[in-house]
Design a protein around this ligand. Structure first.
Ligand code: MG
Length: 332
């Protein structure tokens, strides 16, 4: 038996000296984000050794198309599905790859790039591709809020309100977006929530109620600085209503990973929770607004998505954005 197997194996190797190539699918959403992706197909095609990989490049044509392509790739046992698109494309593909053997690779072109930023994937396309080629695979948790899958956050308060109000804004410059957000503070009314989690039930009126699998919403806005994507738990950030004087400091804390030190912040760590509110309303999943009923069940599923990340964790560096200078200004 052993001999027969060896012989067969030998013959297969003789007749087909090339090993099975690994299948790679690159999904490009040509219209997402602000940067052109014209050079991406060539960049990726050159980077992958054709002797070792079978690369297929697909361009999306409509919402949901990335899901269809990714689903087919999983069915055909593709080793990697790479995305070059916005946050919507990354989410569509990531949701399709959960609990499969196919690994996600991200070339970020989004407005928030929450998942890529949380995983230390560079924002530059060539550097992100370098991570895809030479990084490692990491298996991360994901969340389910009612029937909606999320990877970074889902939220029910002010963040949901903002996600809905600016859902149609395609190009969000950080300053314009910040101005819109600050203007919305005036219109927003905080709700009361009953929250049942692993250790009991609390009732709180909250400006922000966010269930975080990642530490940030995207754009380096860290709503749950202590959250980890592979601990099997979610960090629930409950920020009580703020007065006008507290808004600048809280905003600053959000972008400097210090919001957990805010006196109006309660953080719960739990595997699942149920949120009840007085009426049906908005929530967001990874920044996409959706309507929800009065009761929402949120749960973290451990180790559900394989994704390519840098081999070494990058050194903690100060967020390089407009808030760095603001921080210095406040401190001086
Ligand atoms: Mg976690």
């Amino acid at each position: 038996m052993r001999w027969a197997f060896t012989t067969k194996h030998f013959l297969v190797n003789e007749t087909s000296p090339i090993m099975d190539k690994e299948k790679v699918c690159l999904i490009i959403n040509p219209i997402s984000g602000t940067e052109s992706k014209k050079n991406i197909p060539e960049l990726v095609a050159t980077a992958f050794d054709q002797k070792k990989f079978d690369l297929v490049i697909r361009i999306t044509g409509y919402p949901g198309h990335a899901t269809e392509i990714a689903r087919q790739a999983v069915k055909e046992h593709y080793r990697y599905v790479l995305t070059a698109g916005g946050d919507g494309t990354v989410n569509e593909v990531a949701r399709t790859l959960i609990n499969s053997d196919t690994t996600l690779g991200i070339i970020p072109f989004g407005s928030g790039n929450g998942l890529a930023r949380e995983l230390d994937i560079p924002m530059d396309a060539e550097k992100a591709l370098e991570i895809i080629l030479n990084g490692k695979s990491r298996t991360i948790d994901y969340g389910i809020a009612n029937d909606h899958i999320f990877f970074c956050t889902c939220g029910f308060g002010f963040d949901a309100f903002v996600s809905d109000r600016f859902a149609d804004e395609k190009k969000r410059g950080p300053l314009g977006y910040l101005r819109n957000v600050l203007e919305s503070v005036v219109d927003f009314r905080a709700e009361e929530y009953e929250i049942t989690y692993d250790e009991g039930t609390i009732t709180e009126k909250a400006f922000i109620l966010t269930c975080a699998n990642a530490s940030q919403y995207g754009n380096d806005a860290f709503i749950a600085p202590g959250a980890s994507m592979d601990d099997g738990m979610m960090n629930v950030a409950i920020l009580k209503p703020l007065n006008a004087l507290e808004i600048p400091q809280t905003t600053l804390q959000l972008f400097t990973k210090n919001i957990d030190k805010n006196s109006k912040m309660i953080t719960l760590v739990t595997q699942k929770l149920t949120i009840r509110r007085s009426r049906a309303g908005l929530m967001h999943v990874d920044g996409e607004p959706v309507q929800s009923g009065r009761e929402i069940k949120v749960e973290i599923i451990q180790q559900g998505l394989k994704v390519l990340v840098p081999s070494e964790k990058k050194k903690e560096k100060e967020a390089e954005n407009i808030f760095s200078s603001l921080t210095r200004w406040f401190n001086e």
